[in-house]
Design a protein around this ligand. Sequence first.
Ligand code: AMP
Length: 222
Amino acid sequence: MRDGRLAIIMLGPPGAGKGTQARMMSEALNIPHISTGDMLREALRNRTELGKKAQSFMESGALVPDELVDAIVVERLGREDCSQGFILDGYPRTIAQARFLQSLFETNGARMLSIGIEVGDSVLINRLSARWTCSKCGKMFNAVMDPGKIGGQCDECGAALVQRKDDTTEVIAERLQVYHTTTRPLIRHYQEQGSYVEINGDRSVNDVFDTIIGVVKSRTNG
Ligand code: AMP
């Protein structure tokens, strides 16, 4: 791993738009988008040991134990495509994970920026229950606001749209609860480090994106 990599951490509740924004940022900044949720879902689909261990936690909306998630992050950040930087989406989610990540940066060095996308719970619940995701490329759609041009298919790659198993009313409630009690305290943690910027996520995808890119440029070019 090289020193001085750009480490962008996307913070915010489920449904805030972290994944959508991280995908767009990844393209604009040419650094990989690393989603622990996507990696865990892939492990589940492939029925790996990790997938088997993570399944019950994910299906109930609970967090997967830190040591399992930390291990997949270390492995992923060690790959060559992360040498210039990376965007973490959905990690860290606990103070212990944040400390673990910090210890990696202390060893290898990184310029860190944490971006918190803020959206109120009622908007999040509506968004998550209407969320459909492309089964191939991961692009997200909203059954009400942005259903896609061809019913049930991804506009970009044509694959079928699927609804996540944890986007059900009960599991959404649990995930929001976990966010407020366990993940939200990370905001304070990153504020104290001086690396936190908050963005209003209750706006159009493009408006949020423009704001984020402006922040990234002003924080990293200076
Ligand atoms: P996400 O796609 O980020 O909403 O993550 C989906 C689910 O994967 C979460 O509800 C957790 O069960 C699990 N997960 C993803 N990232 C983490 C993490 N950093 N720590 C613990 N569990 C995670």
